[in-house]
Design a protein around this ligand. Sequence first.
Ligand code: NIG
Ligand code: FE
Length: 386
Amino acid sequence: MPGATLLTGIGELVTLDPAHPGPLGILPDAALLEVDGRVEWTGPASAAPRDDADEVIDVEGAAVIPGFVDSHTHLVFGGDRSAEFEARMAGRPYSAGGIRSTVAATRAASDEELRRRLAGFVRELRAQGTTTFEIKSGYGLTVEDEARILRIAREVTDETTFLGAHVVPTEYADDPDAYVELVTGPMLDACAPHARWVDVFCETGAFTVPQSRRILEAGAARGLGVRVHASQLGPGDGVALAVELDAASVDHGTYLTDRDVELLAGSNTVATLLPGVEFSTRHPYPDARRLIDAGVRVALASDCNPGSSFTSSMPFCVAVAVRDMGMTVAEALRAATLGGAEALRREDVGHLRPGARADYVVLDAPSYVHLAYRPGVPLVARTHVA
Ligand code: NIG
Ligand code: FE
């Protein structure tokens, strides 16, 4: 948006700028000048460069935070799995096999149907303060359907991820390696032009470490960045593989060994934790405290998908992470903003330092702490996407 806008009357501005105090770089009684969609200046409202602004907006004491960066979603799909959720809440275990029912529904859905649902999810994200979001494929599992999902996802975000290796589809059940051939050959050819990242579900019941390695290396050779789903349902070697391949992020991390934590701490790989999954599958929440204390960089994301985590709400993830994963409110907010940006290897979002995209959220609250203090309450007054 061209022009200069001064946001003033900010009771508490979370900048995540190391030039400002504390781990979140918080300024009380602050203002923010946006010029041509970028943060030009932040500082005390009393020192705001009012004359430089074409427009002045007074938020009357509200807290302002960077927009949430949701680095892990699966938002292009058909169908509904509420019956599966209901059965789980009555004691049935989560099974990765449920993915195949969404695959059938997604293949049967028209482009228009997928687009219409996606538009609804994007409205949900915005209403809850998310300004940057990633979308994975993975519910098509044919060359045409995976490419179609990525094309549709690309219409709403640049952060698209090829997850042809989500599970082995039914038609390849007897020959999973033939499916890996398809993924690393024709499917990658069709999908790479629409994707920034490649991902694999490296887990018992999905893909083995050698299969995952082949797929990730093939994607990397095509210029895609690497991300990995690992250690969601039990411990395994997926984290070590992710670190070895310098993945931007390894996601889930519910069952981490001491060795995994040590490897992550010495790497450039972010551990992206997905509280909505444990909420919805009744697995134990991942131990964020253990990771942070070991020096691992942590992100929070929604993993919004119809099977394991059907929430699009980053404030919900923040509240659960604080209540049940050992994070302070400041750590959880950082993980949901700057942490997500790190998991996407982006420097222009997730903070409000000069030069950043002016993507911010005005809260209907005097402090960011209310995000965890008032769980389930719609506290996003306005989401601004520059
Ligand atoms: O990230 N872990 C694998 N994939 C999804 C689950 C998808 C599903 O159950 O449909 C996830 O949790
Ligand atoms: Fe996922």
